[in-house]
Design a protein around this ligand. Structure first.
Ligand code: ATP
Length: 231
């Protein structure tokens, strides 16, 4: 569902990505770990078409990011660390607005069902975003991804700044989305969450994928040890 082939990215003389070969199957949750500057966001930005690879290519559902950047946008949803929404609109209004931008015109019942699917409490659907916690905003972000029927979700630091309850809720939603057949790539520093939610884990170092692991083979402590030895 998601594949990068020999992806290279250079910023002048600096190599940010080097021969990155990544593969994520349909319904898989893949966590990308790595130090600050390892190249995780660069990878996500190339997949999103926000920056161009120097060479190599990336494919979403076999569609080339280089050749079909507009088609790719329909397949993907991006959920940044801080989900940017309109603070003066309610959760429901934000979802309606962004769904319409993506070309979908849903009824109130349908919009409400997307929000419920993410675990956002009914009472919050009609409250303005100004009063939402980070976890609640993230749920609206996920609802927007579901409303546009994105096959692949790209998440950047999704658990950063979430309290343990919000992290557990997030983990549950992501697991469920994977079971429903959505493909998830998340860049994270949260080793514990990566082991708990991801089926596969990649460790990046200086723009290269230096480990590609199955998470069920590791406890969080073992992964942390391996991570510290690797980076
Ligand atoms: P973090 O965990 O801090 O988000 P990251 O793994 O996402 O880090 P990237 O943001 O992909 O890392 O950055 C990879 C490298 O590319 C870094 O050394 C960064 O300084 C460099 N870089 C990113 N964007 C640019 C740019 N526009 N010009 C020059 N260098 C850049």
């Amino acid at each position: 569902m998601l594949k990068t082939i020999n992806l290279h990215k250079k910023y002048n003389d600096f190599t940010a990505l080097q021969s990155l070969n990544l593969e994520v199957e349909k319904g898989e949750i893949y966590a990308l770990l790595g130090q600050n500057g390892a190249g995780k966001s660069t990878t996500i930005n190339i997949l999103l078409g926000l920056i161009k690879a120097t060479s190599g290519d990336a494919f979403i559902n076999t569609i080339s990011v280089t050749d079909h950047p507009q088609k790719i946008k329909k397949e993907l949803a991006y959920i940044p660390e801080t989900v940017l929404l309109y603070p003066n609109l309610t959760g429901m209004e934000n979802l309606d607005f962004f769904s319409k931008i993506a070309g979908f015109n849903y009824t109130r019942a349908e919009l409400s069902a997307f929000l419920r699917h993410t675990g956002l409490q009914e009472a919050a659907h009609h409250k303005t975003l100004g009063g939402y916690s980070k976890g609640m905003r993230q749920k609206v972000g996920i609802a927007i991804a579901l409303a546009k029927d994105a096959k692949v979700l790209l998440l950047d630091e999704p658990t950063s700044g979430l309290d343990p309850i919000a992290t557990a809720e997030f983990t549950e939603i992501i697991r469920q989305l994977g079971q429903e057949g959505r493909t998830i790539l998340m860049a994270t520093h949260d080793i514990f969450n990566a082991v708990s939610v991801a089926s596969n884990i990649g460790i990046m170092k200086q723009g290269q994928l230096v480990q590609n692991l199955q998470s069920k083979a590791f406890t969080a402590e073992e992964l942390q040890e391996l991570y510290l030895k690797t980076i």
